[in-house]
Design a protein around this ligand. Structure first.
Ligand code: PLP
Length: 429
């Protein structure tokens, strides 16, 4: 009995949406397989979750071995090895001056980060950015603004949340170009602090170091450095949401490493345990130590099997997948740039490592979501899975696994070019 799509339509709400109607039996490496054995090249990676590919042998091995020993102990009841070992590993990876709290999802980690910033500073407000996506819980949704639909009918949301403009050098919210830019994005905070909220009332400024759902936007390094200084000057916690950018996606273990800016608090989830639900709030020790007993918690956070899978994932990343992400990211970018030079409809290619976005605009400069939709449909027909992003859905995002090969990238480029040339021909009719 299959018919998964039809059966799910009868028993599941449409709330979560679906990017495709594919019915999948199994996955391996960069591929998913349907029940007929057809192979799909998966450049969605379960939305940046399967960073080391689907069903990596070492992840399976580690999880199976842990299942034989202990499936759940309750981190608020007992201590168990993979939980502590993973926390130690993350502390090692993040400069040895941090502590770690585990939960289950990105949204839950972001809720935790907001709570921690408020608790540690005893301040009420949070400053977030337009275009951001932080998750679906009431807390995470309150700091999300990549699309108004996420908040529709849920107002009133968390109070004392303010939004600043996210720097976007391709489509500057301050209408500047490279030649005229005076870092208006950094200067906006004076106005916000003068007119909207006193900086000493702000617990945390939360930002994705590279905006994901909002359009794969990379901010200038100088902006994040300025943000670091603003937070230092006013005793505000700088919070990075690395839920999508973490664990090798950008060619480094964490994206903050590209910007030479260390956040006070950061969150990760998605790729952390290769598909097992696991997330973390990682914060400077002196901040974490202010979080007193009972101030936060949860039943499932730091599940032993998920922690064992995360330890295996991290070792695969450290042993070469992060480096491959950087190298393959460069290779992929060059191929995509060549397509941009050939097809006017592609207005921008951007990203770091294997977090790459391709923006589509019409000749009048307006967003072109139809082209993106057409390409995604063409890709699915040719057994390649791609996703869109951006408020106007006019950005294609390429989320290949960090273990991807040049042959797999070439396969994607071939299908992409077929779709682009087909569209060019169609539009000339
Ligand atoms: N933060 C970012 C940057 C994300 O991309 C996402 C999910 O796409 C989330 C948070 C929410 O994570 P989750 O869906 O695990 O709650």
């Amino acid at each position: 009995m299959k018919n998964l799509y039809e059966r799910s339509m009868k028993v599941m709400p449409q709330a979560a949406g679906r990017a495709t109607k594919l019915e999948i039996e199994k996955g391996k490496g960069a591929y998913l397989y349907d029940f007929e054995g057809n192979q799909y090249l998966d450049f969605a990676s379960g939305v940046a979750v399967c960073n080391v590919g689907h069903n990596h042998e070492r992840v399976i091995e580690a999880a199976k071995a842990q299942i034989d020993k202990l499936i759940h102990g309750g981190h608020n009841v007992v201590y168990y090895e993979p939980y502590v070992e993973l926390a130690e590993k993350l502390v090692d990876l993040t400069g040895k001056d941090t502590m770690v709290y585990f939960s289950n999802s990105g949204a839950e980690a972001n809720d935790g980060a907001i709570k921690l910033a408020k608790y540690a500073t005893e301040r009420p407000a949070i400053l977030a950015f337009k275009g951001s996506f932080h998750g679906r819980t009431i807390g995470a949704m309150s700091i999300t603004s990549s699309n108004a639909k996420y908040r529709k009918h849920y107002e009133a949301v968390l109070p004392s949340v303010y939004f600043a403009e996210y720097p976007n050098c391709f489509d500057c919210p301050f209408k500047q170009r490279k030649e005229s830019c005076h870092m208006e994005c950094s200067k906006q905070f004076k106005d916000i602090f003068d007119k909207l909220i006193d900086p000493h009332s702000i617990a945390g400024i939360i930002i994705e170091p590279i905006q994901g759902e909002g359009g794969y936007v990379t901010p200038p390094k100088a902006f994040l450095k300025d943000l670091r200084k603003i937070c230092d000057d006013h005793g505000i916690c700088l919070i990075f949401d690395e839920v999508q950018t973490g664990f090798g996606r950008t060619g480094k273990m964490f994206a903050y490493e590209h910007f030479e800016v260390k956040p006070d608090i950061f969150t990760c989830a998605k790729a952390m345990a290769s598909g097992f639900p696991l997330s973390a709030v990682i914060a400077k020790k002196e901040i974490m130590e202010k979080w007193s007993a009972g101030a936060h918690g949860g039943t499932f956070g730091g599940n032993p099997v998920a922690c064992a899978a995360a330890l295996a994932t991290i070792s695969i990343l450290e042993e070469g997948a992060v480096a491959n992400s950087e190298a393959m990211g460069q290779y992929f970018r060059e191929k995509l740039e060549a397509l941009k030079n050939k097809y006017d409809v592609i207005s921008d290619i951007r990203g770091i490592g294997l977090m790459i976005g391709m923006e589509f605009r019409k000749s009048d400069g307006s967003p072109n979501p139809d082209r993106v939709k057409h390409i995604i449909n063409h890709a699915i027909e040719h057994r390649l899975i791609l996703l869109d992003c951006g408020t106007y859905k006019n950005i294609l995002r390429f989320i290949a696994p960090t273990t991807v090969t040049t042959a797999e990238i070439d396969m994607c480029i071939k299908i992409l070019e077929e779709a682009l040339s087909k569209e060019e021909n169609q539009s000339s009719f």
